[in-house]
Design a protein around this ligand. Structure first.
Ligand SMILES: *[C@@H]1O[C@H](CO)[C@@H](O)[C@H](O)[C@H]1NC(C)=O
Ligand SMILES: *[C@@H]1O[C@H](CO)[C@@H](O)[C@H](O)[C@H]1NC(C)=O
Ligand SMILES: *[C@@H]1O[C@H](CO)[C@@H](O)[C@H](O)[C@H]1NC(C)=O
Length: 606
């Protein structure tokens, strides 16, 4: 196994050298021609645009896009792949003495990830014992004298690694330097909770030898399966306002123990404020837990924690390593990206203007709906939604980022340690006051712990608490956006994506039926970006575009608009996207006209 890994690393290293092929600067004309060619190359003319536009527009995309060592699966993922290449090259070429500390951290993480040998769950278990100076309940005999089977304390120990979805979630928000509120809420079982399956238990049974006198995995499974079923069945009516209690008023001992362990102190301020979103849920949870033995619950929490170690698994691909680094330290990655693309700064006002237009016109289109199908909350969210280009604070960036990451340390050659340290770092950041008073403009970046989620794709991010849409800098590269693109490319891809992202953001709210919103979002976003662009186009501009692209009619220009508008959504395999894209164009008279489709008037929305 070791030999195989080494071989793979060698292959990866040699491929890494063979990469930079397209770094020659290209002029305005060439890049626009190249974009058009990308669109043409993606077409599969065996399909009919009127019948299945998505497959027509995207089917041959994958033939022209094959990553080296990493098979990216769509345009959003391709953007991430190419950003990875640039970041790797930057790290390779830039002397360490020339970079700020937060970039050095980024590099250390990436290199350690590449160099650290893989390890197995059993290694992880022993490694945690050392790292945390702890003993596992799973390995402790039932009759042990010096061990307390206290699941709440065990839960708190793991909480700092982002483990925050068993039984309840905890978060802490500072009002100012001296006052904060801790929130205890129902976890989002639907999204975060994957019940443990028998197969996992069999695997644990086979790979983790437990000492005598403890519950073995078979015994645990007998209790665990039914327990999780009951846990997931807990129902509680929505509570309108959260209940605010003082620490000393908390009704359940485990709740107090949990918070005490989290704060790593024996004496908690009895007047500390706790906000609980749903007392009925907590009561039902308490009822369920009461029926179980402390030894079982302690071991159950640990088995759940094993699932965290799945998150740490890395493949031998250097792209996976870089995507991990990007996901865990997004601000460092953005900062490097900005150094490599200083020209992006000049585009920002234009992009902001585009967003404003999208909001204004989406709002107009939505107001045309008189059926009342669009919920009122939708409009109020739209009114206050803001956008930001890039994650970075705008002023004093370098110093801010250095102070932001000041407490984070990396160990060379210890990827596992580093990963967990980053998770812990985010946890600690959330649990201390960060003085951003002087940086009012940038306060969003220090307001809340960024949620860690491994993602290889480059796509807009929505921060619910702030009603803020972030468009990462790395999104602004071909084929999505380039400063040298003609406006028709910029508008069709970015304004359409902005529209769809706005809807997606609002649809994260559970009050809106998701599938429905996703469907109309495609129609309205495309309609809006198309109309905004073509309604403002003068005859001269149309003539110019036709000449630039060698078209003989406006219709061809319109077709190109639609192709480019959905290009970001091309995937190797995607029935879901196909459904939404085809639904969208099938309801647009502008599309029917551009492609000469017979349109069923019953379908027409715009
Ligand atoms: C796209 O791929 C298909 C085979 O899947 C091929 O027949 C076709 O010629 C390709 N190109 C175009 C422009 O359709
Ligand atoms: C669990 O492991 C033991 C030996 O360690 C074995 O005898 C038993 O059959 C295993 N059970 C399952 C369900 O795999
Ligand atoms: C949306 O449209 C309504 C009605 O025309 C208007 O009152 C409101 O200011 C608009 N909001 C935005 C963000 O454009």
């Amino acid at each position: 196994m070791k030999i195989l890994t080494t071989l793979l690393l060698l292959v990866v290293a040699s491929l890494a050298l063979a990469r930079t092929s397209e770094d020659v600067p290209v002029d305005h004309k060439t890049i626009n021609e190249k974009q058009l060619k990308t669109l043409w190359n993606s077409l599969d003319t065996n399909y009919r645009p009127c019948g299945d536009f998505y497959t027509y527009a995207c089917h041959n995309w994958s033939d022209h896009h094959k990553g080296i060592q990493y098979n990216y699966h769509g345009v959003a993922d391709l953007l991430g792949y190419e950003v990875n290449l640039e970041l790797m090259e930057y790290l390779e070429k830039t002397p360490e003495t020339d970079v700020p500390r937060f970039v050095k951290l980024f590099k250390d993480f990436y290199v350690a990830c590449r160099e650290t040998p893989d390890f197995e769950l059993l290694d992880f278990i022993h490694w945690m014992e050392k790292e945390e100076n702890m003993k596992w309940a799973l390995f402790t005999p039932d009759d042990s004298k010096d061990f307390v089977f206290d699941w709440a304390t065990i839960l708190a120990r793991f909480r700092k690694y982002g483990f925050n979805y068993i039984f309840l979630t905890e978060s802490t928000i500072y009002q100012d330097a001296n006052s904060f509120t801790t929130y205890l809420n129902i976890p989002n079982f639907k999204e975060m909770f994957y019940p443990i399956i028998e197969l996992e238990m069999t695997e644990y049974n086979e790979t983790i030898p437990l000492p005598c006198g403890t519950m073995n995995f078979e015994e645990l499974w007998q209790i665990l399966g039914p327990f999780e079923e009951k846990l997931l069945k807990i129902k509680a009516e929505k509570q309108q306002q959260p209940t605010i209690l003082k620490f000393q008023e908390l009704p359940y001992p485990w709740m107090q123990n949990y918070l005490k362990a989290l704060m790593e102190t024996q004496v908690v301020d009895p007047n500390m404020k706790i906000s609980i979103d749903n007392m009925a849920y907590m009561e039902a949870l308490d009822n369920l837990l009461q029926q179980y033995d402390a030894k079982f619950l302690a071991r159950y929490v640990e088995i759940r924690f094993f699932q965290i170690s799945h998150m740490l698994i890395k493949s031998p691909s250097e792209h996976v390593h870089m995507s991990l680094a990007r996901s865990l330290l997004p601000m460092s990655a953005e900062w490097i990206y900005e150094q490599l693309h200083p020209d992006l700064r000049d585009e920002i006002p234009k992009i902001e203007q585009m967003f404003e237009n999208v909001v204004k016109n989406l709002n107009k289109s939505l107001h045309m709906d008189e059926s009342g199908i669009i919920p009122k909350e939708f409009f109020s969210k739209l009114e206050t939604m803001r956008m930001k280009v890039g994650y970075l604070p705008q002023e004093n960036t370098k110093n801010l980022l250095d102070s932001y990451y000041a407490d984070l340390q990396m160990k060379p050659n210890d990827y596992y340690h580093n990963f967990l340290k980053i998770l812990e770092f985010y946890y600690k950041l959330e649990h201390k006051y960060f003085d951003y008073a002087n940086f009012a403009k940038d306060k969003e970046f220090f307001y809340k712990t960024p949620k860690y989620a491994y993602n290889t794709e480059v796509k807009p991010i929505y921060v619910d608490e702030l009603n803020l849409l972030i468009f990462p800098l790395a999104l602004f590269r071909a084929p999505e956006y380039d400063a040298r693109f003609e406006d028709i490319f910029k508008q069709s891809s970015l304004a359409t994506l902005m529209g769809v992202s706005l809807f997606d953001a609002i649809a994260t709210n559970e009050d809106f039926p998701n599938e429905y919103v996703e469907k109309i979002s495609g129609v309205i976003s495309l309609y809006t970006s198309f109309r905004v662009f073509f309604s403002s186009l003068s005859t001269d501009q149309i003539a110019r575009y036709q000449q630039v692209f060698g078209f003989s009619s406006v219709r061809e220009l319109k077709r190109m608009f639609f192709l480019n508008a959905i290009h970001y959504r091309c995937y190797r395999y995607s029935d879901v996207t196909k459904k939404f894209v085809n639904f969208a164009v099938g309801h647009l008279s502008d599309f029917a006209e551009a492609y000469d489709c017979k349109m069923n008037n019953y379908l027409k929305m715009f």
